[in-house]
Design a protein around this ligand. Sequence first.
Ligand code: MG
Length: 323
Amino acid sequence: MLSEIKLSQEELTLDIESFKPQENEAVNPRKTEQKIKKELKEFKKQCSSIEFNPLCSRENYLGNYDNYLKTALSHISALRKINLDLALLNNKLYEGVPDFTNKLQKGKKILLLDLDETLIHSDFSLEYINDKNIKYDKVIKFKERENEFEENYEDYYDMRRKKIRQSLFNEEKEYKVGIFVRNGAKTFLTEVSKYFEVGIFTASVKEYADAIIDYLDPNKNLIKFRLYRNNCININDKFFIKDLRIIQGVDIKDIILLDNSIYSFTTQLNNGILVNSFFNDKNDIELSNVYEYLINYLLKADDVRTINEQFFSFEKLLNDLSL
Ligand SMILES: [Mg+2]
């Protein structure tokens, strides 16, 4: 009973003290905000030390796997020297990311799929799109408003420059894109969605990605959620890292990312399955191989990272490089 609980004077004092608001970051949002801004500035500064460019997706083709891995992993080794955890302080990274707490059946895994050169390939050039000899699977149109500018300015001139850029691009522009769908992509989506919680994780912008996803999944029953460029850690507008720690309520050992760019896996190499880039190869059988691997090895795995490392050895290769 409550009346039987006797506290000494010392305990009482301690108790009251602990309820006094402390002058710390937890109760001072402005101070926290300032600290985050400072940390993100520090992150940008560290990013500016990266002077090399990523390998383009054309480099990841069948027969060039070892070369691609070696060079890209040496880049990843350099990228990991940046404090990438600082990027996780950016609120934009979490916009639209589902929280799976108590929502996933126990043991069900999340399968994230990249879009460009993994499920489809797009031609933006009107020269190609108007060429009657090229048979696209689909030509899609989408509108994009380029106004995603952050509201923190270095100085007055920086503010002016960004405002002008913003006004120049603030009109909606319509784009036309010719799409090649990777062999078996639609069947692949139908089949994997029976076993996995499937989401798209693309480094492309929302307007473009939505138009393609709506085409691939017109009834909106296969792909459960969509993550875009703003959900990626952006390094100098060149590297887009898909850090899986932004996804809440699910153990990272149960998340798989399928991508044609190994840079996407930078922070969690072992969650990744790397596919060679798709452009328009009618003999491509990559998705059917991936499907077999997913069902036979990852579906029932305790930890997808252990199995992936056994097959692909990305972490081991990275370690060997830095020895
Ligand atoms: Mg891609």
